[in-house]
Design a protein around this ligand. Structure first.
Ligand code: AMP
Ligand code: GLY
Length: 426
């Protein structure tokens, strides 16, 4: 099969790596890809936002299956246009991608189909929002309705912080049109996990769980990022919790989406808060997580391409998904300054030595290959991933690889997976 993967991050590198193990794969194209992917497939510079160009490329190369990695092209309707042109696609329609594109859309789905989530109210004028805040206990969570590159969520500890956030979003429009409305929700206590399901519109198969470190600094301090590291499986998971998540969150969401006329096909990513073995939905994303994909796919036993094909064709009911029992840890190396401003263009050395360590894979997120040098071109640059019998083994191996990489302009957290390791120790 000829496959086209859309995207350029660590998630897409991990997907291409998993696809490359499939005997079903004959040729892999990646648009646009990055510096780490050249040995897995052919990176092509096509303008992904121009859907007609993507369609023309797929026709020219007789592509059999297209996998869309990031949310932006999904929200923009790339899956709709490719399907209308007759192609098999993994990724939801623009209508279904509202699950990530609009917080209010997801909250309404939760209301209609009884998904457990934080209590909320939606507002589009600051006066009403502020009046409401004055009647509530703190902390409160204020969320711009639309996509705000992960920055549109403010956890307000005081009324003053809440009021400032409301005015920033609705009046000053710091998130642009993503802040034409907002939701205010109750603060959920607990431990956060990322839970994934592969969905073909009717069938949802669980696709693993992971935990992410969102803060930039050791000990989960400092500003939020896209994710500084992950581990899988999440030790807070157990069979009973798994069953509850499938029964009370994933299945009703899939059924609800179908009943409402926008079937969901692709990766459903539930961000959950777990308290006392009870899951509550924080948010849905309509794609795999990054850097969660790196650890999930490091544990996947079943042929990834076979699963993606069944997703696109609507035959997931005939599939089972198996994972290796080992643990995986991914340590993100980022450019110094991230998530604020950072320099691009520094050279990363000694990657080969790190890659040849046993049980290590280095997934690139923001690199390009120039005159034989690997150049850092992004904020999050590498996802150094290792597997091991325990999460501690995997962590130690990942940091061994990190230590071999020569990149003075980069940094990483030194404590990825601390929570899981503490839990094992106690
Ligand atoms: P979101 O963009 O909705 O994933 O929110 C970003 C982060 O804010 C989440 O990963 C949580 O850590 C936190 N968060 C969002 N909503 C809540 C909530 N209702 N209670 C507690 N934390 C939340
Ligand atoms: N790592 C969180 C995300 O991909 O949204």
């Amino acid at each position: 099969m000829k496959v086209l993967v859309i995207g350029s991050g660590g998630r897409e590198h991990a997907m291409c790596w998993a696809l490359s193990h499939s005997p079903l794969l004959s040729k892999l194209y990646i648009a646009p890809g990055n510096g780490g992917m050249h040995d897995l497939g052919e990176c092509v510079e096509i303008a992904v936002h121009d859907h007609q160009t993507v369609i023309a490329f797929c026709r020219l190369m007789s592509i059999d299956l297209i996998v869309i990695g990031p949310e932006a092209p999904l929200v923009a309707g790339l899956a709709d246009d490719l399907e209308a042109a007759g192609f098999l696609v993994v990724g939801p329609s623009a209508a279904a991608a509202q699950l990530e594109g609009s917080k209010a859309f997801t909250k309404q789905l939760c209301d209609h189909y009884n998904l457990p989530t934080a209590r909320y109210k939606r507002f589009n004028t600051s006066k009403h929002a502020i009046d409401y805040v004055k009647t509530q206990a703190m902390p409160l969570v204020i969320k711009a309705d639309g996509l705000a590159a992960g920055k549109g969520v403010i956890i307000a500890q005081t009324q003053k912080e809440a009021i400032n956030a409301i005015q920033d979003i609705l009046d000053t429009k710091v998130f642009g049109d993503a802040g034409n409305s907002l939701v205010i929700e109750e603060f959920l206590e607990g431990e956060e996990i990322s839970f994934f399901a592969l969905c073909d519109g009717k069938t949802a198969l669980p696709f693993g769980s992971a935990q992410d470190h969102k803060r930039v600094g050791d000990g989960d301090t400092g500003p939020n990022t896209g994710g500084m590291g992950t581990y899988s499986p999440a030790p807070v998971m157990n069979d009973a919790l798994h069953e509850k998540i499938m029964q009370h969150i994933i299945s009703p969401a899939l059924k609800g989406m179908e009943q409402d006329g926008h079937i969901f096909k692709g990766f459903l990513f539930a961000g959950l808060m777990i308290n006392d073995n009870e899951p509550k939905l924080i948010e849905f994303n309509v794609r795999m997580g990054d850097p969660e994909t790196q650890v999930i796919l490091s544990r996947l036993k079943t042929d990834f391409l076979q699963l993606l094909l069944a997703t696109a064709e609507g035959s997931l009911d005939k599939q089972t998904i198996e994972f290796h029992p080992h643990a995986a840890v991914c340590v993100v190396m980022a450019a110094k300054g991230y998530p604020g401003t950072y320099q691009k263009g520094s050279v990363i050395n000694n990657l080969e030595a790190a890659t040849t360590l046993p049980h290590v894979q280095i997934f690139h997120a923001g690199t390009s290959l120039k005159n034989g040098n690997m150049i850092a071109t992004g904020g999050r640059v590498l996802g150094v991933t290792a597997t091991g019998a325990s999460v501690l083994d995997a962590q130690q191996q990942a940091y061994k690889a990190v230590d071999l990489i020569q990149w003075p302009e980069g940094f990483c957290r030194k404590d990825i997976a601390w929570r899981a390791i503490n839990r094992l120790r106690s």
